[in-house]
Design a protein around this ligand. Sequence first.
Ligand code: SAM
Length: 203
Amino acid sequence: MDLPEEYKKGFKDFLGIKIDLSKRPLIPRPETEYWVGWFINQNHKKGMKCLDLFSGSGCVGVAILKNIKGSICHFGEIDDSFLEQIKINCSDIDSDRYKIIKTDIFSGIDEKYDYILANPPYVAKNRISEVGKDVLEYEPHIALFSGDDGMEIINKFISEVKNYLNDGGYAIMEFDPQQKDKIKEGEFYKDQFGEYRFVIIKK
Ligand SMILES: C[S@@+](CC[C@H](N)C(=O)[O-])C[C@H]1O[C@@H](n2cnc3c(N)ncnc32)[C@H](O)[C@@H]1O
């Protein structure tokens, strides 16, 4: 089996931005690119403050910082080498516009945000046989799996997220289309392939 092309090249294009992958975080997916593009095109208040939780490469927050003038974005991630990765991907952004936080879901977060953007690990361990061999061999398992049904981190995230949102703000979270009926609140949206892929939870 061959190393994925993106790891060989060392980067992936995400909404026109070159995202460095030298620390081998999850390779950003087109479905994620789709909803982040959707989010960027909404009306946002000036100087809005976001949290990109489960940041990995940092692609989500970096796309916001580079596309929304004056925005502030904090990054939350559990893995030390991916915290380094985010730093690399923020190297040409003003340091007063971002903060990189080591956190286990919300454990390290002590501020509120206008928007929280989240692409949590959501692959069900009991569906491991459906995951591509190259993904399993080369991509970080910490970025993929979350309990037998893939809902462990999603459930914790949803139960706490409103504590970290400003009034009038919202969270936007990616999930697997098969999980839609297990997510009890929010407005559901489809991706570019016609599959339910992200949910908006308003405060
Ligand atoms: C699906 S990847 C998303 C990466 C990137 N945001 C993207 O969209 O390509 C999930 C990320 O969450 C991180 N992660 C896993 N468990 C976590 C936890 N309990 N708290 C914070 N981050 C976690 C993983 O290390 C991984 O980088």
